[in-house]
Ligand binder design. Sequence first.
Ligand code: GLV
Length: 308
Amino acid sequence: MAIALISTNRNFLELQEQIQGLDPNIQVDIWPRIKAKEAVRMGVCWNIPEHALSPYPNLQLIQSYGAGVAELLEDTSIPAHIPIARMSLESLATDMLAYIEWALMDIRHHGLFYRANQSAATWAPKDTLRHQDLSIGVMGLGNIGSYVSQSLAAQGYRVLGWSRSKKELPLVHCFEQQELHNFAEQCNVLVSLLPNTDETQGLLDLELFKSMLKPSFIINAGRGTQLVDEDLIYALDTQHIQGAYLDVFMKEPLAQNHHFWNRKEVMITPHIAAKTRVADAAALIVENYSRISSGMPAQFLVDRRKGY
Ligand code: GLV
């Protein structure tokens, strides 16, 4: 019985060490050097090439190394009967909260404006915004979104939440799928923490931006497919949106000639808002591996029909 660690852009050496540190009896190989293909029961995957999972006849579980699973679901070479588990870690939620708090603090202190002014040696003070000056709308209320929205509400922000099916969360005013505009109309800041599914593509568009309260800001730490890039540029030009904090992009790395790089109202971070931490991932992988070894279902299984 073995685990195969497969990624085209993550170095999994430390992960291999950590898994073996937790259980030295588990055989862990790193793609493309997988010793006994028939022995592989679990594939840990992040940015895998197509057909990368075809050579393992006894595969029982595909474990995503991240919270997002859209690429695995789109890979038609993966047989539908093999379960897929997502990475669900407390540290993903606490790291995401820290990222959103940082962006909100920057918004409140006019960070985009002052950084632009500094490069032009311009002295132009503005009133700092307080918690109560901003209504925050969190889109996506899974583990991470529920944690983030409730934590922000506990800090004194007015927080609204929007999700596919209506949730009940203490301190958060929750809206369901068809209430998107009614929700956005009451928000100064839209925070997307949504997964990439057919239904979430292109949700952050001009129509939505126009419906928001002023000043209006976007924080996208969900997936780049949710944002219509040209609509954001237009909304910045026409002052419908005052600023955007973007961690995810349609194509990553963001192309060097993309318009976003030159916009003073856009803060770009390179998909770092909530990165899987190796030690936490190793513990979850070992737990899921021991579950499938004893015939139990893995934790955090993906519902293929919902897409997350
Ligand atoms: C990161 O974006 C993840 O999906 O974990």
